[in-house]
Write a new protein. Structure first.
Length: 128
């Protein structure tokens, strides 16, 4: 019973975390310069960043384990894409801020949780 409560608690916390991440992506993109580069990269980041969360939440209504895993995989791919756009903004000098550093770190952490979950669901990782 304790393990089940831990899983539910972790899921609830991760739900909130990934929603906050999506919200911060929206706010961050809205705060970017309005030049051509930031508009294009910001649009890509907005799509991939929100897709990370949208596909994670969509997994909850899956009708099969295979579909559930597939949504997690799409979410992970979107997180990986988001990392590229965020790093490109930082490395190009178009943006530097604590928020950008937080988003890069949070994207990495969310990606790790998703990747670990996929491995667990596929049975490719033993849990002790």
């Amino acid at each position: 019973m304790q393990n089940r409560n831990y899983k539910n608690s972790f899921r609830d916390e991760f739900d909130e975390r990934i929603y906050k991440y999506m919200l911060e992506i929206v706010k961050f993109v809205d705060s970017l310069l309005k030049d051509t580069v930031c508009r294009v990269i910001g649009g890509q980041l907005l799509r991939s960043g929100t897709s990370t969360g949208a596909n994670y939440f969509e997994a909850k209504s899956s009708s099969s384990k295979r579909e559930y895993i597939n949504y997690f995989q799409i979410s992970l791919k979107s997180a990986n894409e988001s990392k590229i756009w965020l790093r490109l903004l930082k490395d190009s000098g178009k943006c530097s801020s604590e928020k950008l550093d937080w988003l890069i770190d949070e994207t990495n952490q969310i990606g790790k949780v998703l990747a670990s979950s996929i491995l667990t669901m596929k049975g490719k990782r033993n849990l002790n």
